[in-house]
Design a protein around this ligand. Structure first.
Ligand code: AOF
Ligand code: ZN
Length: 365
């Protein structure tokens, strides 16, 4: 593959990034058509139920009065071969008589999984697969996680002081990190399919858990882990915008009733300890189309996620302050040996205003 192929795919990846807030549960895909005379047409996946990237690009070509015949198409994900909410993009590219399709990575969706590429090749179109595949997969790691593992990519956000405290002993926590860090956190919220917290945080902080600090075309589903259904009907998280889902360990109807009356859905997924079964919950959220799950909870629920090895990525903001005695980030253990300590790798360290943002993952994630 040539330098101009790399440039084409880079542009398509940039396009895909522009769709990240808009298109969940669909993957964010970019498509760049390079016409035989060098004219470039770029598009990305639209909102769910609307055009995929390829269909959007072909539509723009039509609007420009340009024929896509003989073009090269750069797409960040294999063109689909199935009739979902929209018709197959592979068929649209065949009908448009493009000459060549460069695909970054195959679609892990079992409804597609190579069939889009096959269909293009069967029609005599040259197809090259694998250009910038890692970047393309990273861009849609939630979608890949849902398709391959049947659970969302779990990103745990924590804001703390340099000495790792998330609140004072009495629970006071607003605000430890800067407004810049808060806005950055909302950017991560906005791309998630769902935002999750626990009943402890609901009772203590009464969060809204919506996207406010950045403009967004879509509000994620909000999720509360609330084993005994203690969420008060007046909780701010139950108010608009967007849908709310409360996971309980038992469906005590006296408590579920008022919650459901607010419009929230109550789902019951108990484990043997009388708590919500977190793995079953992740499978359920994946079945509901959640690609990325953004967790902003307290030390107890955070600790449960860590104990069960369910966290794929930590998003930690550290403020240059010291709180001394106070609330911990994560409550798990105590470990009996250091070799049992979960090991992470730093993926990225950035300054956000006066704070640090650290992203870390367990190896192999
Ligand atoms: C593409 N181009 O831009 C995207 C694709 O229900 P539908 O019709 O919207 O199909 C959704 C599936 O299509 C999704 O699960 C994934 O496999 C694929 N997404 N495919 O050719 C795109 N977003
Ligand atoms: Zn498609």
């Amino acid at each position: 593959m040539s330098e101009s192929d790399v440039a084409g795919m880079r542009q398509a990846l940039g396009e895909a990034r522009n769709a990240q807030l808009l298109c969940p549960p669909n993957p964010a895909v970019g498509c760049v058509l390079v016409l035989p005379d060098g004219v470039r047409i770029a598009a990305h996946t639209r909102a769910v139920g609307q055009a995929h990237a390829e269909a959007a690009a072909l539509e723009i070509a039509r609007e420009m009065g340009r024929s896509p015949e003989g073009a090269t198409a750069y797409v960040t994900l294999e063109p689909c071969s199935h009739h979902g909410r929209t018709p197959p993009c592979a068929d649209a590219l065949v009908a448009a008589r493009v000459a060549r399709v460069v695909v970054a990575v195959a679609d892990p969706n079992p409804l597609v999984a190579g069939r889009g590429i096959e269909r293009l090749r069967a029609a005599g179109i040259q197809v090259d697969v694998g250009l910038l595949a890692d970047e393309a997969r990273e861009l849609n790691l939630g979608f890949f996680s849902r398709m391959v593992r049947r659970r969302p990519w779990v990103r745990m956000k924590i804001a703390a002081s340099l000495d790792g405290r998330t609140a004072l002993d009495d629970g006071t926590s607003q605000w430890i990190t800067s407004p810049e860090a808060r806005a950055d956190g909302h950017q991560w919220r906005a791309r998630a399919g769902a935002l999750l917290t626990g009943i402890g945080t609901v009772l203590e902080d009464d969060p809204r858990l919506d996207v406010r600090e950045v403009e967004t075309p879509r509000q994620p589903l909000r999720v509360v882990v609330d084993s005994r259904l203690q969420t008060p009907a007046s909780a701010r998280i139950l108010q608009p915008p967007g849908d709310v889902l409360v996971y309980a360990a038992s469906e005590e109807t006296a408590r579920a009733g008022p919650l459901r009356a607010t419009g929230a859905e109550v789902a019951c997924l108990p484990n043997p300890h009388g708590k919500v079964d977190l793995l079953a919950m992740l499978n359920d959220l994946a079945a509901r189309g959640v690609n990325e799950l953004h967790v902003e909870a307290g030390h107890k629920l955070n600790g449960s996620f860590v104990r069960e090895d369910l966290v794929d990525e930590y998003l930690v903001y550290l403020a240059p302050r010291l709180l001394g005695r106070g609330r911990d980030m994560l409550d798990f253990g105590p470990l009996v040996a250091l070799r049992d300590a979960p090991q992470l790798e730093f993926l990225e360290i950035e300054r956000i205003g006066p704070d640090l943002r650290i992203r870390a993952r367990p190896p192999g994630r």
